[in-house]
Design a protein around this ligand. Structure first.
Ligand SMILES: [Zn+2]
Length: 325
């Protein structure tokens, strides 16, 4: 139960990054998307891989929650020593007032009474009193001096308010503010810590009925980092920038859409897709994603066949590949 040192978290992240891009291969591969982006949720542009530091804190909070809600020797020691005034994330529904601090917890109003009545709190000697003790003492708290009229009025009204509170003969109920049910979850802490993340959701990709590796391919495509020659040159690759299918330079837009080969494929297939979509799936976007993914993936696979296997029959195979998909 401790906070992971930064150096260890960084080392683990480095290994996870390498594994993501290279797998078990020894050969070094390009890291195409920033790790911070990858660690965002799928709703915010990323792949939903957990941030180690934030996960570590979320799990620690689970221990803290156990500390708050379970009785035992170690809980009593840690509570007394470190947690007398720690309100992070929890709210208390007062019933008999035994577990709630009168001044320092927000039980009667949205803020603690020590914040709403700072001068009274300052003068009060019984600062650590519980709500239950307040009732037992019939509101007779000790102050360091007589209260002047300007303070006595608010103090009497406060006492009235306390006495009109609907106390019950049961233990106070502590609930977790960050979850609707009031129950604690590590995930709710993690979500809270990542709630400031921004980014595009790409939900059309994640919801599409296509194989997972093609989803990842389309996610890379949306991030504009498919390793075309243009992107390789940006990473200091030395080589011929031209397209494998025509004399123009190869970039993502060219390869997938404006290359004469791509145009022929799209031209041939759009008509076919239109017929399929109208016939089988009248409501659109997932099919659109499926269509774009199928054609782009097929072009990419054949492009790589020409590049790495010198397979010039690949262009013909693009059509076969799409039929399989
Ligand atoms: Zn071309």
């Amino acid at each position: 139960m401790y906070l992971l040192p930064k150096t260890i978290a960084d080392t683990l992240d480095k290994q996870r990054r390498t594994f993501l891009w290279s797998g078990n291969a020894l050969k070094k591969k390009y890291h195409l998307v920033r790790w911070e982006t990858i660690c965002k949720s799928k709703k915010k542009d990323g792949l939903g891989i957990k941030n180690i530091r934030k996960m570590n804190v979320s799990l620690l909070c689970k221990w803290w929650w156990k500390l708050e809600n379970e009785d035992g020797l170690w809980q009593s020691i840690v509570k007394a020593k470190y947690m007398s005034n720690n309100q992070l994330g929890r709210s208390t529904k007062v019933r008999n007032g035994r577990s709630t601090l009168f001044w320092e917890q927000p039980w009667l109003k949205s803020k603690p009474l020590c914040v709403l009545y700072p001068v009274l709190y300052d003068l009060c000697i019984d600062k650590g009193i519980s709500v239950h003790q307040f009732i037992l003492r019939h509101a007779q708290l000790h102050f360091s001096r007589w209260l002047p009229v300007t303070l006595f009025g608010p103090w009497v009204s406060l006492i009235d308010e306390v006495y009109s509170y609907p106390f019950e003969n049961e233990e106070d109920k502590i609930s977790w503010k960050m979850h609707k049910s009031g129950g604690f979850s590590t995930r709710s802490v993690y979500d809270l810590m990542t709630s400031g993340d921004t980014g595009h959701p790409f939900s059309h990709i994640w919801k599409a009925r296509i194989p997972h590796r093609i989803k990842i391919f389309m996610w890379l495509y949306e991030n504009k980092v498919i390793l075309t020659k243009e992107n390789l040159l940006r990473r200091n690759w030395q080589g011929d920038p031209s397209c494998y299918f025509c004399p123009n330079d190869e970039n993502m837009n060219h390869l997938f859409f404006t290359c004469p080969i791509a145009k022929v494929i799209w031209g041939m297939n759009l008509d076919q897709y239109k017929i399929w979509i109208e016939h089988w799936l009248p409501s659109g976007r997932p099919v659109y994603t499926f269509c774009v993914a199928a054609v782009c993936w097929a072009i990419w696979k054949r492009r790589n066949a020409v590049c790495f296997e010198k397979n010039h029959y690949a262009i013909l195979l693009i059509f076969c590949c799409m039929l399989v998909l």
